[in-house]
Structure formats: structure tokens, C-alpha cells
Design a protein around this ligand. Structure first.
Ligand code: ATP
Ligand code: ATP
Ligand code: MG
Ligand code: MG
Lengths: 267, 267
């Protein structure tokens, strides 16, 4: 049974697609065949990144790993109940098909609430929620008392995850490993970073996730979109620009993969 | 007739809510009564920021400008046609009500495609599209040839804006001023910034927007969410931490307001 990793956060621009791409590259380099589903059916940032990668492979002849892609469409049924049933069937077919050939399935969610995203959250063995170091992003997990900074209660995204966990428990599946990954961390300004950090620590105990140090704000994480490459691919493409930021970025990716404690993955 | 400013970009986390908050603060300080609508009905980041501001005013007694908020709800009709008609009516009521007392109406859109967002784009006198300095964000405006970097064609968000402009023309309204605002600009790495910049310049001629230099990546734009303050409010709250980044941020806000060429606004 393939291990299912879901990248989820209703907050837009938190880094789901970027993390999906880099996690795919890391898993592929550990020798795994990776299946991927992009649930952001309008934007498709993750699948667009992969299209660019495929175009790069075709025009340069460079050997680079590619995942097995499964494309999903929304149901066009008018009735909500019929549409939901059709989407559940399609989602289930997608997982089964990818499971035939892949040891890992990566699912990138949109920055909005959709039925497919809800299904993905229930199917996740590992749920990764990237977030900016910002109390605006934090607000989607939980509301804080603006005067004391204490947690008042869960917000819309945490409630969605809770509902998915209930569905998972009802289905008799083992509990999800919910990992919050800090992304676009600023090099300066320790105060804001500490505030978000302590809010996350307090909340993690209450709603059951663990926090891992993630990625700094680094242009190398976004400047290779057109070529479909990630910094992990630079050995194969012969581009050995090993500046300090790239070395640090590589180490960040390694640390993230290690802290995910994934089966049959050694970094 | 109030001047309607819409913050739109289907790409999540591009800075719509952050720009909405700072633009509100700037307009209020120019003496304008500002009406606001938050169309991100699930996340409500802009209205949450304003709730925190109101709580700050109440507990500290500080005098700070507040906007006139109008809350919209989705229609619960089953039929898509009936829901659309109800939402159009509610949207129209919202604009008329705010127009009674406000010279400016600010509408913050979600990072996804909704009917209300489509209506807002057609109603906009000024449409501001913030975006990260990233070809991943750019991909929602237009697809680039991955080999040559040339524009291949419009993407899903540019098509949505085009459709809104047609609706606007049909309604006999004067053309929208579509402004793309660069946000979270990195201090280093000129190469990526140049690539995005030249892609924007080429696209702006083809699909009719203008580009304005926007905001740098600065913690001051996000660290005051809990108090509901912006850096423009710090004079009133007696917090005169005038470090270099804050002075630069203040200047960036001033430049943005100036380049928007808004009626009865002098900075
Ligand atoms: N660690 C990082 N360093 C620099 N830029 C980053 C980093 N992570 C993400 N970005 C940039 O931030 C923006 C948002 O990232 P991304 O598209 O991965 O987020 P997302 O959560 O998938 O967004 P959406 O909600 O729209 O699907 C993109 O322009 C991306 O290139
Ligand atoms: N100029 C900036 N400097 C530093 N941080 C910023 C800046 N602009 C935005 N941010 C941060 O980036 C994140 C995304 O910004 P914001 O919520 O305003 O985007 P949005 O387009 O409204 O997102 P959504 O699509 O979810 O509505 C937030 O954590 C915000 O605090
Ligand atoms: Mg994405
Ligand atoms: Mg927003």
C-alpha cells in the first residue's frame, strides 16, 4: 500500500505546491516511484511545474526522474449528492491506479475548500501543512486573543482537518501524522518568528500536530519553475552553482525529509 | 459615486488582504470614509485584521480610523441560476449601501474563483493585482514558453479579468485601471527579479495592465495583525520605532498610493 502524503492548507500561498515539487524530487532520488495528483484544478501550479520539467527533459535529453501523474476532473452533475458520489468514485480510482506502480502518492491541495481536498485529508497517512511565518497564516489554524496571544479556539482549516480525522477513524485507518512545516522563514526579525513559534507550540499540543523547521525564504525555491528543475536536480544538469544559499537550501530539504520519518526513506 | 478598488488575484498568498489593509489605512489618513467588503468568506483575513483593530481601539481607547464593513453571505439556493441571481442582488445592495456614506469602496477577493469575485472584478474602477516576484505566480496570468521565456497565451486569471472587462463594457462603464503590484520583493537576487519584470513588461502590453513597484518582503507588513495596526498607524499609537525598514516601508506605501492615481487623494 503506497504511503499517501497530502500537502494541505486552505491559506493561499503557504507553499503547498513548492513543497510538493521538492518532496517529489527528494523521494524520487531515494529511488521511489512517486504518484502525484494536483487537486488545484484551476491553477495546477504543481502539474505546470512538472509539464515544464517534461519539456526540459525532451528538449535537452537530460535524464531526470518524473512522477506518475493522475489527472482528476470535477463532476459536472447538477445535484450536489450525485457530484459528491462521482468525485468519491474518481478519487478512489485515482488512488488505486497509482498504488499499482508507486510506493508514494503525493497530493497537492488547493488554497480553498473543495470536496476532493476533504477526501485527500481523510486519505493522508502524512499530512503536511506548510505555512508562512505570519500570524495572518496562523489565523486559519486558530484564533488568538489579540491582547494576550493565547489560543481562543480552532479556525476553519483546523476544523476541516478534525473532520477528516474523524472520517479516517471511522474508516478504521491508523491516525494521520500531521506535520506543520514553517516556510519562507525570514533571516532577520527574531521577534515575529518567536511569536509565531510559541503560538504553534501551544496549539500543537491542543489539536495534535507536530512542528518541523522548514524552508527559509530563498529565491532558489522558486527561480527554476520554467525549467521544471529543483535544486536537488542540479547535479544531473551539471549546474554546480554551490553558493551558500543553495547549500543551506539543500540542507533544509534534507532535514525536512528526515523529520517526516517516512517509510523506506533514508537521507 | 464611490470609487471602487478591487484587490484580485486567484493565486493564493499574493498579498491581496495585506494590500487591502494598508490601502484602507492610507485612504483613511487622507480623510476618506472607506467602505470594505471581504469576499474571502471562509478565511476573512482582511475582516479578521479589522476585528483585531476594533478590539485594540476598545481596550486602549486609542483613536484610529475604522472602515464601514459590509458582510456578504453565499446564497444557499440549490439551483445555480437562483443562487447567482440572489448573490447579484446582494452584491448590488452592498455597493449601494456603502456608496451612501463612503467615497471609496475596497473589495478584497479570495484566492479562488467565486461568483462574488467575478462580480467585483466587473465593478472595479481600479483593479489591483498583487503578485509575488515569482514565475509560479506569473503562470496564473500567462503561460511562458519554458525554452524562450516568451508569452504563449493568457492563463486562467487573465481570462477571468478579460471576461469581467467585457461585462463592464456591456454595462457601459468606463474602462478599469488594471494595476499589477509587485509584492514581497526580495532584497537580493536581481536575476529572478529581472526575469519576472521583463515577463510582466511584455505581458502588460498584450493584455492591458500597468505594473507598479510595490512592497518589499518586510516583517512590518505582517507583524501587527493581532493589534490590527499598520505601520501607518504608529504615529497615533505613540510607537515611533523608526528603523530603516519601517521608513522604507512607509515610502513604499506612499509610492503605491501615488501611482494608483486615485481621485481626491494627495500623498
Ligand atoms: N521557501 C520559499 N522561498 C521562496 N519563495 C517561496 C518559498 N516557498 C514558496 N515560495 C513562493 O511563494 C509563492 C507561493 O508558493 P506556492 O505556490 O508553493 O504556495 P501554495 O500554497 O501552493 O499556493 P496556492 O494556495 O495558490 O496553491 C510562490 O510564488 C512560490 O514560488
Ligand atoms: N510585503 C510583505 N512582506 C512580508 N510579508 C507579507 C507581505 N505581503 C504579504 N505578506 C504575508 O504573506 C502572506 C500572504 O499574504 P496575504 O494573506 O495578504 O495574501 P492573500 O493574497 O490575501 O492570500 P489569500 O489568497 O489566502 O487570500 C501572509 O502571511 C502575509 O502576512
Ligand atoms: Mg498551490
Ligand atoms: Mg486574502
Amino acid at each position: 500500500m503506497a504511503h499517501i502524503i497530502v500537502l494541505g492548507n486552505e491559506k493561499g500561498g503557504s507553499g503547498k505546491s513548492t513543497t510538493s515539487m521538492h518532496l517529489f524530487a527528494a523521494l524520487a532520488r531515494c529511488g521511489h516511484q512517486v504518484g502525484v495528483i494536483d487537486l488545484d484544478l484551476r491553477q495546477k501550479s504543481f502539474f505546470r511545474y512538472l509539464e515544464n520539467r517534461e519539456a526540459f527533459i525532451n528538449r535537452t535529453g537530460t535524464k531526470l526522474p518524473m512522477p506518475v501523474r493522475h489527472v482528476l476532473e470535477y463532476s459536472t452533475f447538477d445535484s450536489v449528492a450525485a457530484a459528491q458520489a462521482e468525485e468519491e468514485a474518481r478519487f478512489s480510482v485515482a488512488l488505486n491506479r497509482l498504488d499499482e506502480t508507486c510506493s508514494y502518492i503525493l497530493i497537492d491541495c488547493p488554497g480553498s475548500h473543495t470536496r476532493y481536498a476533504q477526501m485527500a485529508h481523510a486519505a493522508a497517512d502524512t499530512l503536511i501543512t506548510p505555512m508562512n511565518d505570519s500570524l495572518i497564516d496562523f489565523d486559519l489554524l486558530a484564533r488568538l486573543n489579540p491582547e494576550t496571544g493565547k489560543v481562543l479556539g480552532p479556525s476553519v482549516y483546523a476544523e476541516m482537518v478534525w473532520k477528516a480525522r474523524q472520517l479516517r477513524a471511522t474508516a478504521g485507518l491508523k491516525p494521520v501524522d500531521w506535520v506543520v512545516l514553517r516556510n519562507r522563514i525570514a533571516t532577520l526579525n527574531a521577534r515575529n518568528k518567536r511569536r509565531v513559534g510559541s503560538a504553534l507550540t501551544e496549539l500543537s499540543k491542543r489539536i495534535g500536530f507536530r512542528v518541523i523547521p522548514g524552508f527559509g525564504e530563498r529565491v532558489v525555491f522558486r527561480e527554476m519553475f520554467l525549467s521544471g528543475l529543483t535544486l536537488l536536480d542540479l547535479k544531473d544538469t551539471g549546474d554546480i552553482s554551490l553558493n551558500i544559499s543553495n547549500l543551506a537550501a539543500r540542507q533544509e530539504v534534507r532535514e525536512v525529509v528526515k523529520s517526516l520519518n517516512l517509510p523506506d526513506v533514508s537521507i
